[in-house]
Design a protein around this ligand. Structure first.
Ligand code: FAD
Length: 587
């Protein structure tokens, strides 16, 4: 097999905030860096992040990185690895000031300092009064960050492969990862990109669910590549449902709307969050608010003719506040609901938003896997960062504003470790031809045209299965049924055919490859959820309503080859401070 080859020091799969922050660090250290993205970099999903990025700057209210750390551990229902959480919260102010210097146009206070808003699960003094920790550029923070990082990468001469689809990882015969096979989406031509070190930064997999806040591109490709390379996925049962998606449609209304003073009401006009979270109310952590909304609707207090949603009110804040602080939300409501939130309430319901699990890494972004009877081992040459990775700082439930922080902090940390790796691995290694052939075989599978099921039919079935069998509330029987349905969907993949390729764009083939990826990840979510017999964070089981630290304070690891879930301990020891031991989680 002879395919065109390009060689780089470092290959980064993904041009979202995680990939671009890492690329910048590597390029500034004089490495030859390639970034592959299936969409133009500034269309990566980070662009959609609204509310902001957390850092204890104390610009609005007193704050401290240690309080931030406490909130993050508590928010994650004590499943997060506390060394990584300490590292992230300590680094946060540096990373935000760095962004300011790169040119991110943050909103400002009257005295010129960065504006910070309140977000859910934030507190002063370890559970005391509400904190204001989220640094915002109006409600378009991700847009501001992504464009700035892209411009800085252009300055640093990072090489971009725009609109190339990464198909699979490449390796040598010892298992060292040496780049990836990519497909030029416009021409359909494959390209081998060989690299001394590779970073997966391909983002999340919200497209597993029918109603979600994610872009169409969030199909978990990097996670599926890792699974196929024999790397298990960690904590995939923890999928965050954001409380305030537009009802029936899914688009996000940022938590910043409640941070600015918005609140939720049921059909009786009652501010029901006061019953579920007497102190934090509407700014309790996301899993708590999502369950409260689902419960209100289930018990008949939902709004509208179908009683299937609740209302988010910001109309009392005044036109000026909505225009200044929530302009993007106003535009979204006008476009998709034909209403102005400055004068009318917004119908909302929980919607699939963010995956806390992913490719297991340590706090240096190195991909680590447990080996039988041995400590964890790194996969040589391979790193992962961002929503596709699990470091794990979010534990069982991510706090708003902590994902943008995660991608920046660990994007930089991984790049620093890759720079060290490159110093020790100066030469390109010989690729194992079998690994390139395996990757190319994925492409030829989709040369099949003719009559059969369509990608869209199988994808719809997959999304319905996920929504029905592993939603906000879960039970054993329903999830086991879900596992069986997913097995059937896997078999249906063999019957899928594309239409005559001379009449369709390469995007049809891309959608088929994405569907294969989604099917593997769906099984990781469903099976891990069925195996975890407790309720923790976003994983809420009706049949096991309590958290059980004796049995389940551990990370799940789903492996594709065995279709099995294993477990590994949580790193409860921080770097320099005392651990936060598990205790009852009330807001
Ligand atoms: C609507 C919305 C609002 C949010 N608001 C906030 C917020 O205010 N604060 C916060 O902290 N978090 C927020 N989040 C979460 C946060 O935005 C994301 O978790 C984060 O931006 C993910 O960044 P990333 O770099 O990991 O991935 P992404 O930004 O999703 O980038 C993934 C990249 O991988 C590329 N890619 C994927 N697959 C392939 C492939 N096969 N081949 C080639 N390229 C590929 C894509 O093209 C893209 O460049 C929000 C999320 C959503 C959905």
């Amino acid at each position: 097999m002879s395919l065109p080859i390009r060689r780089f020091d470092a290959l980064i799969l993904g041009a979202g905030g995680a990939g671009l922050r890492a690329a910048l660090q590597l390029a500034e250290a004089e490495n030859r860096v390639a970034v592959v993205s299936k969409v133009f970099p500034t269309r990566s999903h980070t662009v959609a992040a609204q509310g902001g990025v957390n850092a204890a700057l104390a610009n609005v209210l007193p704050d401290n990185w240690h309080w931030h750390m406490y909130d993050t551990v508590k928010g994650g229902d004590y499943l997060a690895d506390q060394d990584a959480v300490e590292y992230m919260c300590r680094a946060a102010p540096t990373l935000v000031y760095e962004l300011e210097h790169y040119g991110v146009p943050f909103s400002r206070l009257d005295d010129g300092r960065i504006y910070q808003r309140a977000f859910g699960g934030q507190s002063q003094r370890f559970g005391g009064d509400q904190a204001a920790r989220t640094c915002a550029a109006a409600d378009r923070t991700g847009h501001a960050i992504l464009h700035t990082l892209y411009q800085q990468n252009i300055r640093a001469r990072t090489h971009f492969f725009d609109e190339y689809f990464a198909v699979d990882l490449l390796s040598d015969d010892q298992g060292t990862i040496l780049g990836a096979l990519a497909l030029d989406i416009a021409t359909g031509e494959p390209l081998l990109i060989e690299s001394k070190t590779t970073l997966i930064a391909t983002g999340g997999c919200g497209q597993l669910f029918r109603t979600n806040t994610n872009a169409r591109i969030n199909t978990g490709d990097g996670m599926a590549m890792a699974l196929r390379a024999g790397i298990p996925l960690q904590d995939m049962e923890f999928f965050q449902f954001h409380p305030t998606g537009i009802a029936g449609k899914g688009m996000l209304i940022t938590e910043g709307a409640r941070g600015e003073g918005g609140f939720l009401v049921n059909a009786d006009g009652e501010r029901f969050m006061e019953r579920y979270a007497p102190q934090a109310k509407d700014l309790a952590s996301r899993d708590v608010v999502s369950r409260a909304i689902a419960t209100e609707v289930r018990e008949g207090r939902g709004c509208g003719p179908e009683k299937d949603h609740v209302l988010l009110r910001v109309d009392h804040l005044g036109e000026a506040v909505v225009a200044k602080r929530l302009p993007g939300i106003r535009e979204t409501c006008r476009t998709f609901l034909h209403l102005d939130p400055a004068v009318a309430p917004i119908p909302v319901f929980p919607t699939a938003h963010y995956v806390m699990g992913g490719i297991p890494t340590n706090r240096f972004g190195e991909v680590v896997v447990p080996r039988a009877n041995k400590a964890e081992e790194e996969i040589p040459g391979l790193f992962a960062v961002g929503e596709c990775a699990c470091v794990s700082v979010h534990g069982a439930n991510r706090l708003g504003g902590n994902s943008l922080l995660d991608i920046l902090v660990f994007g930089r940390a991984a790049a620093n470790r890759m720079i060290e790796y490159l110093k020790e691995n100066r030469m390109h290694r010989a690729l194992d031809p079998a690994s390139a052939e395996r990757a190319a075989a994925r492409l030829s599978r989709w040369d099949k045209t003719g009559d059969g099921e369509t990608v869209a039919e199988v994808r719809d079935a997959l999304k319905r299965t996920m929504e029905t069998h592993v939603g906000v509330f879960r039970t054993e029987a329903v999830m086991r049924e879900g596992v069986q349905e997913l097995k059937q969907i896997r078999q249906r993949l063999d019957r899928v055919r594309l239409k005559d390729m001379s009449q369709v764009f390469n995007t049809a083939r891309i959608e088929a490859l994405e569907l294969e990826n989604l099917v593997d990840i769906a099984m990781a979510v469903m099976l891990s959820a069925a195996e975890r017999q407790e309720s923790r964070g976003a994983h809420s089981r009706i049949d096991y309503p309590e958290r059980d630290d004796q049995k389940w304070l551990k990370h799940s690891l789903y492996s594709l080859q065995e279709d099995r879930v294993d477990w590994k301990p949580v790193r409860t020891k921080p770097l320099t401070v005392e651990s936060f031991p598990p205790k009852a989680r009330v807001y």
